[in-house]
Design a protein around this ligand. Structure first.
Ligand code: EPZ
Length: 422
């Protein structure tokens, strides 16, 4: 049964929103269970469709999974029964490619379906494969599957990524932690989720240094132990709700979030006239300083640059600013699918290659719109919150992949939003 979201716009959001655990850390953290035969317990795991999809794949591989409470999961992989990740799992959730590294490094073989296409871009996995080949895996592509063998195990080596790849870095890390010798990953991703992921692997007994810098060094060890680990807050969810507060001219206290994980993003918001104030250790208070939203150009970039996962949401904010702003997407080649839908709501956004020119309009108008990918769909929700009248966002399964209880969290701050089946 497909579901849609109906929003009646125009209500300022006021109150508090508690941020959930980071999807893009929880996913590799769950996969890390494949690296050890002892139990790992993850806390603050967000309840999301993507998490469920990955748990389905891990169960298929033979992982013992138990929910200890709504957000705590115990995983144990002492009885792996398969090293194959079938197409049916991988097509639903492309981060399933992360099982490649640990399966080869611990079990010396893997057969993982290629993820196939994605709405926001080609999103190849050539760099994941190259990293494993450099470490000694024999890899062939057969009938849409990556077939990997490493009878003698993997060997540490120097890996240089030509472009920053988040899950490519994470796959290389999971291959290297059990390899013989030392691996050095150059041009490694520095996202907070990658740093936290290295902290998890080190808690499991890995010997990783340099995480958070472009060069990460991993000294291979014989085996990894179990551990308990808390997932860090989701910075993309944090940024999404910060924009909701700015858009609706409300005031939101975002709880359990990390200001410094979004430093560049909050700087852009401050320049646009939005107050983003640290409140205690891990809260941020967001509201408009004066009435208007000033135009501020941004370009997406790997961390610590402006996050690509907040580009669509930021474009909604600029669509009602007091001038003209440009947003340039440097990471993915097709991440403007929200633009035609926003223009149907009265926005005035023109696409010029990898840049959009946003000429502000006085207001947006409610409309029937279609979600296409995770972050585009949440940008349509944001537009609905500020638009005049009723907006219906269809195909919101995209939304449930990455935002836990979004309708509940927004309703509690005064939004008029309801989910319904179509
Ligand atoms: C991660 O995707 C995130 N997903 C994405 O979040 C995020 O947008 C992206 O990093 C960039 O920050 C998870 O962490 C689960 P990349 P990932 O490899 O690792 C190209 C969301 O909305 N590339 O850093 O798949 C690729 O096509 C999602 O939560 C290759 O060409 O992204 C892209 O243009 C969306 N070959 C660029 O690199 C490769 O082998 C960066 O991609 C790998 C990547």
């Amino acid at each position: 049964m497909l579901q849609s979201m109906r929003i009646i716009g125009g209500k300022p959001l006021n109150g508090e929103i508690t941020i959930s655990g980071a999807k893009n850390l929880a996913l590799p953290a769950l996969v890390a269970a494949l690296l050890s035969d002892s139990e790992i317990i993850l806390r603050n795991v967000p309840k999301l469709a993507d998490i469920n999809s990955l748990l389905g794949l891990l169960e298929f591989l033979g992982c013992d999974i138990n929910y200890l409470d709504d957000h705590s999961i115990s995983l144990k992989t002492d009885k792996i029964k398969s090293t194959e990740a079938p197409y049916d799992f991988v097509r639903k959730m492309r981060a399933s490619i992360l099982v490649l590294g640990p399966l080869v490094s611990r079990f010396k073989k893997a057969s993982v379906s290629l993820p196939g296409g994605c709405a926001i871009g080609a999103r190849g996995v050539d760099l994941h494969i190259k990293a494993l080949e450099l470490m000694g895996a024999q890899i062939s592509i057969e009938n849409g599957y990556i077939k990997a063998q490493a009878e003698k195990g993997l060997f540490g080596c120097d890996i240089t990524f030509p472009i920053v790849t988040v899950t490519g870095t994470e796959n290389a890390l999971m291959a290297a932690v059990l390899a013989k010798g030392t691996t050095r990953v150059t041009n490694a991703a520095m996202e907070p989720e990658v740093i936290a992921f290295c902290n998890l692997l080190n808690k499991m007994g890995a010997k990783i240094a340099g995480h958070g810098t472009p060069i990460i060094t991993i000294e291979g060890v014989e085996s990894l132990r179990g551990t308990k680990f808390e997932i860090i807050p989701d910075r993309i969810e944090t940024g999404t709700y910060a924009i909701a507060a700015a858009l609706t001219n409300g005031k939101l206290l975002l709880k359990n979030c990390v200001y410094d994980d979004l430093f560049t993003f909050f700087e852009a918001l401050q320049s646009a006239g939005i107050a983003c104030e640290k409140d205690g250790l891990n809260n941020v208070l967001v509201y408009r300083k004066e009435g208007e939203i000033r135009p501020v150009d941004i370009q997406t970039a790997p961390y610590p640059g402006f996050p690509t996962d907040l580009q669509a949401q930021y474009s909604v904010l600029m669509s009602i600013c007091s001038g003209t702003a440009t947003v340039t997407e440097n990471i993915f080649e097709n991440r403007f699918m929200h633009v035609p839908e926003l223009n149907r709501m009265g926005a005035n956004i023109a696409i010029h290659g990898k840049t959009v020119v946003i000429t502000a309009v006085k207001k947006l108008f409610g409309a029937q719109v279609m979600a296409t990918d995770l972050r585009a769909s949440v940008s349509l929700i944001l537009a609905g919150l500020v638009a005049d009248g009723e907006t219906v966002v269809n195909r919101i399964y995209h939304l449930d992949r990455g935002y836990e209880n979004i309708d509940k969290k927004l309703t509690e701050c005064g939004a008029n939003i309801e989910r319904f089946s179509v």
